[in-house]
Design a protein around this ligand. Structure first.
Ligand SMILES: Cc1cc2nc3c(=O)[nH]c(=O)nc-3n(C[C@H](O)[C@H](O)[C@H](O)COP(=O)(O)OP(=O)(O)OC[C@H]3O[C@@H](n4cnc5c(N)ncnc54)[C@H](O)[C@@H]3O)c2cc1C
Length: 385
């Protein structure tokens, strides 16, 4: 059981029911397999694309669905009940291309790229992190220098989600001598360009299958001037704005994996007998389930409060709120999935049961898109303004 936020429109509820059915039919059957084999599910891409899920933020005027943040989160949550990695594919080209173009692209760039994304077959990655620049992303060293009308990019990036399968990658690079964030610009880079190479696929704890990761290396990669999104030195601000938008989406994936783990734990506890009765009858486990459910509902309530504000254009305090929601939801996901493993006992530790995968997957939601320590710093910054 889970509660639907009271302010969901009829349209939101219909969409939720459709995605729930799709998740049960298309995602649940492959969720374990793509994790265990670490297989990228190519067959899902056209299905997601035809439903507008990959290209979520592309405006209608350019052939996209121009979906609301609330619906994006509904889709993420429903899919993550079965597979966190597949849920992250919803709006996959957001941070990497659709959002930077939306926030800072020229009309010519929108005309060039949005129709490509709108087809729902293009995969995109977002490359900010570097070996020496993780939480301190503004310390990045990748450089782009002017060469006539073009830019030449040199440097490397790490941990890039969907890097191994991406057609384009948004590269944050230093373009002038202004300090830290002020010297960073954003470039859309075609991954087939000469000088772009990818490292081998990262071997990860979880978050496998639909979201392969790799490093990128750029050696004299030549891009034309119109590959830069926004002005010289504006890239970092654009990247942060995209991440701010994306935090609720990542949070929705966290709520989904938490709910999925609770569903699994309840079903198991009702069926498993010890001491002559179902383990669900033991108060010790009932209290655990109640605690998980409370944390999920609190996280979900804040999540959809924040998405409703965004969709209404109420951006007052949005940065702090989106940091709160990311932290609350991902901490709830880690706790819920860990406790779900506990409720299943030894079975929870076995790969035959999805809670084992869910616990490994949940961990990443506390780390990427800015760790939860960094989110707490952002929240405190708002409080102390
Ligand atoms: C699976 C996965 C996918 C990813 N996908 C992408 C991607 O697509 N694109 C991309 O650009 N990056 C990606 N990343 C990188 C991710 O954003 C970084 O890992 C994250 O920002 C943390 O940086 P770091 O790993 O260098 O850790 P560090 O910054 O070295 O942090 C190590 C620890 O120190 C803590 N810490 C650091 N600074 C502070 C501080 N000031 N106060 C308190 N604690 C602090 C951190 O919270 C953490 O616990 C991905 C990472 C993972 C694991």
């Amino acid at each position: 059981m889970s509660y639907t936020p009271i302010h969901f429109s009829e349209d939101d509820r219909i969409f939720q029911a459709q995605i729930r059915l799709f998740a049960e039919r298309e995602v649940a059957p492959i969720a374990d397999e793509i994790d265990h084999e670490d297989r990228f599910p190519d067959e899902v891409i056209p299905k997601f694309g035809d439903m507008g899920l990959l290209q979520w933020s592309v405006p209608e005027a350019y052939g996209g669905p121009e979906g609301s943040l609330t619906k994006l989160c509904i889709a993420r949550e429903e899919l993550a009940r079965y597979s966190l990695s597949l849920s992250v594919m919803v709006g996959e080209n957001g941070n990497g291309m659709a959002l930077p173009l939306l926030f800072a692209g020229t009309e010519a760039q929108k005309q060039k790229y949005f129709p490509i994304l709108a087809k729902g077959r293009t995969l995109v990655a977002f490359a900010l992190s570097e070996p020496e620049a993780g939480s301190d992303a503004a310390a990045l060293r990748t450089r782009a220098v002017r060469d006539g009308d073009d830019w030449l990019i040199n440097g490397s990036k790490i941990f890039v989600t969907c890097g191994p399968v991406a057609d384009y990658v948004l590269v944050l690079a230093r373009t002038n001598d202004a300090p830290r964030a002020k010297g960073v610009s954003a470039f859309i880079v075609d991954t087939t360009l000469p000088g772009v190479t990818r490292g081998s696929k990262n071997k990860k704890m979880g978050y496998n299958g639909a979201t392969p990761n790799c490093d990128f290396f750029f050696e004299d990669v030549r891009v034309s001037a119109d590959a830069m999104v926004g002005g010289d030195g504006e890239g970092f601000t654009i990247a942060m704005k995209c991440m701010e938008f994306n935090r609720p989406a990542m949070s929705a994936s966290a709520v989904g994996v938490a709910q999925g783990a609770l569903d699994q734990a309840i079903a198991f506890a009702k069926g498993r007998e010890q001491f002559g009765k179902a383990i669900a009858e033991f108060q010790g486990l009932q209290f655990m389930m109640a605690d998980i459910a409370m944390q999920i509902e609190a996280a979900r309530a804040l999540l959809y409060e924040v998405t409703a504000r965004y969709d209404l254009g109420d951006m007052d305090g949005y940065g702090g709120l989106s940091a709160m929601v990311k932290t609350l939801c991902s901490d709830a996901a880690m706790k819920a999935t860990t406790d779900a493993v506990q409720i299943l006992g030894g079975y929870g530790y076995m790969k035959e049961f999805p809670v084992e995968r869910m616990m490994r997957d949940a961990k990443v939601t506390q780390i990427f898109e800015g760790t939860n320590q960094i989110q707490r710093m952002l929240i405190a910054r708002e409080l102390l303004k």
